[in-house]
Write a protein that binds this ligand. Sequence first.
Ligand code: DX5
Ligand code: ZN
Length: 223
Amino acid sequence: MSSNSKLYLVPSILSADPGSLWDDVEEAIEAGIDGIHIDMMDGHFVPNIAYGILTIEALRKRSSIFLDIHMMVKNPDPLLKKIADAGASNITVHFEACNNIKKTVSEIKKLDIQAGIAINPDTSAKNIIDMLKDVDLILAMTVYPGLPSQSFIPSVLSKIKEIRKSINELGLSTILEVDGGINTDTAKLTVEAGANMIVAGSAVFNNLKPTSDSIEELRKSVL
Ligand code: DX5
Ligand code: ZN
């Protein structure tokens, strides 16, 4: 995942059924997704607990697909190596959760995996512009992190445009990912604003439609 010309679709397993996780993931992989987004939540940085290292290991045993780890964890540094060893392809840490974001990013890169920085809806792009060249990915949260099925926050679109402009002006291939409230209506808005990696949880894993149909519809909505 190094070019920014392709559009990546990476469903979040937060809305999958934990009782049939692999079946859900396998169906999504067969439908042609580009990666799996795994939300790790520590109950401190966000008011929820979610997937951990064992889940990364279990999915990696079953697939070589890109595993996109979104750490909603305060002071993530002590966990980075364990997550990389478990099979992560990428670790994205929150700007707001790190004491020294530059050091954390360089620790991730030393593990020979991709590194990303996530920013909350009310965190200014100015905080991360000087690090665009150091990371593989910027994740602009389009909801406040912690829960699935929240409503997309449209005011983040201007920030997505601002980050895309900087990436292009600097001639970088940094991926611009969006996460939260993404569905067939909002995905298009983010892509038009400059996003090229789309995370969707409840729009992919739900009881309304087969997962493969939801993936197909989401992909078509951004073509
Ligand atoms: C929210 C998580 C998301 C979540 C998105 O804090 O980071 O990845 O799964 O869920 P939806 O797509 O339902 O908003
Ligand atoms: Zn996420």
